[in-house]
Design a protein around this ligand. Structure first.
Ligand code: MN
Length: 237
């Protein structure tokens, strides 16, 4: 039997539930957990030194409170000399489930956003080399900027369309959603065989090639056709 915790009084205040706006609405999308897919575009897998044809999808996580809001100026992250941008389509899960079949997977989607999987590449590289977890390279403060979530009932389920990011007006990453090795349905199905998906979960669905450095003062503009535009500026140090 589950305890009823809906009226629990907590010993300390940890602030509001992390959330993103729901587009064309005054509602917000509460962010539960953030799952990220690694190496999901063949050309990016190759640029990271891996064979895209032999790997099942794999996942890592960021904390829910690593979400950062669109049109923000962010402090440059601590502890890195090699911050990288990774522009990604973000899936917002509206209905949880486990062992979800591919053909039912889109029924679990609330909507979509445009996100940046910001990465302290130097820390990630050191962790890889030492056979250690990636979290300190991936799950730091404000490492998951994301746009408002647009409802799938409004925009459909984007399976193709341009995805790109500019740094200071120059295109750095450019690809198409159709280049994903594992599409959204397959990612949901696969992930739901590893964990029980919950409403509020986000899935960052991987990045095309062209990942590269971000410096203090840089302006990042990210785009996914039919989903949205993300603008993030890093403060000067
Ligand atoms: Mn990524």
């Amino acid at each position: 039997m589950k305890d009823n915790l809906s009226n629990a009084k907590f010993a300390i205040d940890i602030g509001p539930v992390p959330s993103l706006p729901v587009a064309a609405s005054d509602l917000r999308f509460p962010v539960g957990r953030i799952y990220c897919v690694g190496r999901n575009y063949a050309d990016h897998a190759r640029e990271m030194g891996h064979d895209p044809n032999r790997e099942a999808p794999f996942f890592f996580m960021k904390p829910a409170n690593s979400i950062a809001q669109n049109n923000s100026t962010l402090a440059f992250p601590v502890a890195t000399k090699d911050l990288h941008h990774e522009i990604e389509l973000v899936v917002a899960i509206g209905k949880g489930g486990k062992n979800i079949p591919v053909e039912k997977a889109l029924e679990h989607v609330f909507g979509y956003g445009v996100g940046l999987d910001m990465t302290r590449r130097d820390l990630q590289g050191e962790a890889k080399k030492a056979g250690r977890p990636w979290e300190m390279g991936k799950g730091f403060d404000e490492s998951a900027p994301c746009t408002a979530i647009r409802r799938a009932s409004e925009i459909g389920d984007p399976a193709k369309g341009a995805i790109w990011v500019k740094v200071n007006g120059q295109v750095k990453q450019q690809g198409d959603l159709s280049q994903q090795i594992w599409n959204v349905q397959e990612q949901i199905a696969y992930l739901s065989n590893l964990i029980t998906l919950q409403p509020g979960d986000l899935i960052f669905t991987g990045t095309p090639s062209g990942v590269g450095p971000v410096n203090p003062g840089d302006k990042l503009e990210g785009h996914v056709d039919g989903v949205g535009d993300l603008v993030i500026t890093y403060a000067h140090q």
